[in-house]
Design a protein. Structure first.
Length: 494
């Protein structure tokens, strides 16, 4: 605010008949003294005196402004940046227009032309950058400086000497907090985190600036893995005023191809905090949250998380670590497949042994059943022979019939048992053939054995890393031979 002014009056050094008056109300008035020029007064407006030159008028205005707003007094102005002209002006100066956000007529607000000379702007710009800030349209600022009247153009300017950085940071922090709360209430903070990651995320959508360090680091991590990643690149600006709009457009482009993607990665290399401001933009955060596939961020910073990080599925501090995490996901899937393949081979061996035992047991049971039937029939024949002596003809005829019937039943029973057992043996053979470890070896799998003289066959199949110890000799069966190795170390699967 401007303090009250003391009364003052200026002389008329150039003989124009103009004097400047002031009061403690902060108002100044220009009065033209007619003197003895009554005739001229009648010609040019009665009591207003003679015409004055432009130079005299400007000098008087300059004097009025100097008395009303002396440079020795701090003058603080609060307003909203409407435009920043040539933020990186070749002269090193900074120019901006500041308006009152609560102007009675928003369509035609009063505009204050603000300029900051290079000697002041360069240190101030570094202070802003250290806090991760860049002056942009829409920011509410409190600035200190003085009023300057530029006579050559008839302009009243405000020369900026300082900026209340604490107030600016407080407002920005409040705006960020409000944005995060808005996202929370809309359910957007957890929306992308709820997306299910595919088991094998090989189809990657990449939002980055091609040719940058972060772009190269991310792709390098994928390429060195040897896996068949397929990357769809959506180029985007990752810093500067247009970066938020560019990032949203890139994500929109990938959303249009979402059926061909498993995951989207947003990466950017390290830089000043101000370079990462785009990732705090509300439009970027909302687009990340509403993507149809998981979004991973690898933004090169180790400080506070950006708002984009808060809504993303997974967060990594560098592009390289983001790429390596994708490689690790594919590796873990393949490791699980290989582990289960090994378990399947072991199970097949157990099934084969069990089927062999079952076949032998079925043969023994069949032989015993046949012997029991024959013994029973022999006893019956012996009894019949004893009774033949009493009633020979009748008994012989009757028992011949019964014997024939029994013989037929015995033959049918034996055939049925044999047929059933043959079918079981045939099915067992087919199953044995399907689980034959040699077929698994032909498909590229291997079986690893521990050389152990204390077990049958001199070897024992390895089913777990816990069964193996360092310096132990292992024998690995593959399609066209066997490999002998010595254990140098072990690492159990997670």
């Amino acid at each position: 605010m401007v303090a009250g002014m003391q009364e003052f009056a200026s002389s008329d050094p150039d003989g124009t008949g103009m004097t400047v008056e002031g009061s403690d109300s902060g108002q100044a008035a220009v009065r033209l003294d007619m003197g003895d020029h009554d005739m001229a007064g009648e010609r040019y407006g009665g009591s207003h005196g003679l015409p004055v030159t432009v130079t005299s008028l400007y000098r008087s205005l300059h004097e009025v402004l100097a008395r009303a707003f002396p440079r020795s007094r701090e003058l603080w102005i609060q307003g909203e940046i409407q435009k920043v002209n040539d933020y990186f002006h070749k002269s090193g100066h900074c120019y901006m227009d500041v308006v009152d956000p609560d102007s009675p007529d928003p369509t035609r607000p009063a505009v204050l032309n603000v300029k900051c000379w290079k000697s002041t702007w360069m240190p101030l710009r570094r202070r802003l950058a250290d806090e991760g800030l860049e002056l942009q349209a829409g920011m509410n600022v409190i600035i200190r400086g003085y009023v300057d009247f530029y006579e050559a153009r008839g302009e009243i300017n405000f020369v900026l000497q300082d900026l209340d950085l604490d107030a600016l940071l407080g407002r920005l922090a409040l705006e960020r907090k409000r944005l995060i709360e808005t996202l929370r209430k809309a359910g957007l903070l957890e929306m992308n985190k709820s997306k299910v990651m595919p088991l094998v995320p090989l189809r990657v959508g990449l939002v980055a600036s091609p040719g940058t360090e972060g772009y190269s680091d991310f792709l390098g991590a994928l390429e060195r893995s040897g896996y068949s990643f397929r990357v769809t690149v959506a180029p985007a600006q990752v810093q500067g005023r247009d970066a938020p709009q560019s990032l949203v457009a890139a994500l929109d482009a990938l959303e249009a191809r979402v059926a061909a993607l498993d995951v989207v990665a947003i990466v950017r290399g390290g830089g000043a905090r101000s370079d990462l401001a785009a990732f705090d933009a509300g439009a970027v955060a909302k687009r990340v949250a509403t993507m149809s596939v998981p979004v991973w961020t690898g933004i090169g910073h180790t400080g506070d998380e950006s708002v984009a990080d808060l809504v993303a599925h997974s967060v990594f501090i560098t592009p390289t670590s983001c790429g390596l995490a994708l490689v690790a996901a594919v590796f873990q899937f393949l490791a699980r497949v290989e582990h289960r393949a090994g378990s399947l081979g072991s199970t097949a061996m157990e099934v084969l042994r069990n089927m062999d035992d079952a076949g032998r047991q079925s043969s023994v049971r069949l032989a015993r059943a046949s012997n029991r039937v024959l013994d029973q029939q022999s006893l019956m024949l012996a009894g019949m022979a004893g009774r033949l002596a009493v009633r020979p003809q009748f008994a012989i005829a009757r028992h011949r019939e019964r014997l024939a019937m029994l013989a037929t039943r015995l033959a049918f029973s034996v055939d049925r048992v044999l047929t059933s057992e043959e079918e079981r043996l045939d099915a067992s053979g087919r199953l044995v053939h399907a689980y034959d470890p040699r077929r698994q070896l032909e498909r590229g799998y291997s079986l690893t054995w521990i050389i152990d003289a204390d077990v049958s066959g001199g070897r024992k199949l390895v089913r777990s890393a816990a069964e193996v110890r360092t310096d132990q000799v292992l024998l690995t069966s593959i399609r066209d031979g066997e490999l002998r190795s010595i254990v140098a170390g072990m690492r159990e699967s997670e």
